[in-house]
Design a protein around this ligand. Structure first.
Ligand code: GLU
Length: 470
């Protein structure tokens, strides 16, 4: 690579929120720019006035921020850049590289149908190409594409791609309502912003030769292209709603950590040997377009869950507490003491695949509990009543409530009753949490604190007594 500064871009259309595919494109552009100490530019392609919304724009920006994909310039908005498009149309018209076409949509449709009937590829026949027509109501501006020769480019992922110019239409640059087409606006913007690497999904590969012809007509340098392979679900079908959530914000709401998602996105089409887990810095250092494969990337939710669990385990308790609070609040536990949440996190982080799951598992610390029916029937039985009652006395009399002291209380209790911890652990767990699965008994008791443990034990004792009948 020469010494020119690398400038990449991410140009989402705000006709929807940011999905896995778009996020992967943004990530690869970001990684490439960061690796080369270049620039990453955000441009919102909001020319489709009907389908573009402010909410989608905000959501895309929020998603990028959440993923930590920061940009160096922008966001630019295409809707605010029409002046440049007008200027470039003028430039092309005055240099004879574009022309006004007066053909009506009806006329074009008729010709299209005739061509299909004759088994030909429908294409504009160039009727107005050399007529030197001027601006008129209903007129469009078309590019005067070369009629012969080939357009060839070296895609950094797909290799050399060549297409006969004959196959390419005199494509429309400006519509009769004055609006500009995607192919035109994207080239004007990319060249105006100095973009020299266009990394995007391969659904755009067919646009590239057309865009190259526009660059040539504008006499602007052509960027390097890298078209990324599609993303499929594990069933090898293109990733869609059928595969579950695909929008980045949905992953946030499900309780994924941004880096877990980034790490999974990075592996969609790119690889570095067998390595699955990368820090952000490793991604920046190791990413290379040469190692983006030609075959589709497979999005694997199971792997993402495992990665998320790993990053949750490795995150510090304090950060996790801050991340968990909004989830707990959504589940009805508002304004919780942060310190207690932090202690709860410590007991749960080894077992939670998502923050949402962690919040659900943490509820017993913060909300009244109900006994799960099966757990209740199996474990809250009269034969453990006397042990629970004895334990309650010990707990009430405890002078400190740390794990060490709790262990001492239990060992004397077990000794006194000549039983093993196994006899009492599950009934106690159900009494304290309502469930048969929870972190270790001593851990949870310490987090709950003496008062709550006394209350839950007393409730369980009353509950068992009520089963015995009068
Ligand atoms: N706005 C286009 C899209 O979202 C950008 C395509 C491109 O990268 O040129 O698909």
């Amino acid at each position: 690579m020469d010494t020119e500064q690398v400038i990449t871009r991410f140009p989402p259309s705000p006709t929807g929120t940011l999905h896995i595919g778009g996020a992967r494109t943004a990530l690869f552009n970001w990684l490439f720019a960061r690796q080369h100490h270049g620039k990453f530019i955000l441009r919102i392609e909001d020319t489709d006035k009907v389908r573009s919304t402010k909410e989608n724009t905000e959501s895309i920006i929020e998603s990028l921020k959440w993923l930590g994909l920061d940009w160096d310039e922008g966001p630019y908005f295409q809707s605010q850049r029409t002046k440049i498009y007008y200027e470039m149309i003028e430039k092309l018209l005055s240099s004879g590289k574009a022309y006004y076409c007066h053909c009506s949509p009806e006329e074009l449709e008729k010709k299209r149908i005739e061509a299909i009937k004759k088994g030909l590829k429908p294409k504009y026949d160039g009727k107005c190409r050399d007529l030197g027509l001027g601006k008129a109501p209903g007129a469009v501006v078309r590019l005067k594409s070369p009629l012969t020769g080939k357009t060839i480019f070296k895609d950094l992922v797909k290799g050399t791609i060549s297409i006969e110019n004959e196959q390419l239409d005199d494509l429309i640059l400006q519509r009769s309502d004055g609006s500009f087409t995607y192919n035109f606006a994207v080239v004007v913007d990319d060249s105006n912003l100095g973009i020299n690497y266009v990394i995007r999904g391969d659904d755009h590969v067919n646009n590239t030769p057309r865009q190259i012809l526009i660059y040539k007509a504008l006499d602007e340098p052509i960027p390097q292209y890298a078209h990324l392979p599609m993303i499929l679900g594990r069933d090898k079908a293109p990733l869609s709603k059928r595969h579950g959530a695909t929008s980045v914000m949905a992953f946030k709401d499900m309780g994924f950590l941004p880096h877990a998602l980034l790490n999974s996105l990075a592996r969609l089409g790119w690889s570095h040997g067998d390595q699955e887990i990368f820090t952000k810095q490793e991604l920046i250092d190791l990413f290379s377009l040469e190692h983006v494969g030609k075959s589709a990337g497979i999005f694997n939710m199971e792997k993402l869950l495992d990665l998320n669990a790993k990053y949750i385990r490795e995150e510090n308790d304090s950060t996790l507490a801050d991340l968990l609070l909004p989830f707990l609040s959504q589940l009805g536990c508002k304004d919780l003491p942060r310190e207690k949440v932090k202690c709860a996190v410590k007991t749960l982080k080894a077992r939670s695949k998502t923050l949402l799951e962690m919040a659900q598992r943490a509820l017993f610390y913060f909300q009244e509990i109900d006994y799960e029916q099966q757990a209740d029937e199996k474990f809250l039985l009269p034969d453990v009543l006397y042990i629970l009652e004895d334990l309650l006395l010990d707990i009430k009399g405890a002078t400190s409530f740390d794990q060490k002291n709790l262990e001492n209380i239990f060992s004397t209790l077990l000794e006194r009753h000549q039983i093993k911890l196994g006899t009492i652990a599950q009934p106690l767990r159900v009494a304290l949490t309502g469930k048969t699965v929870s972190p270790g008994i001593f851990e949870i008791m310490e987090v709950m604190g003496q008062e709550m443990v006394v209350k839950r034990l007393s409730n369980a004792i009353l509950h068992i007594k009520s089963k015995k009948g009068p």
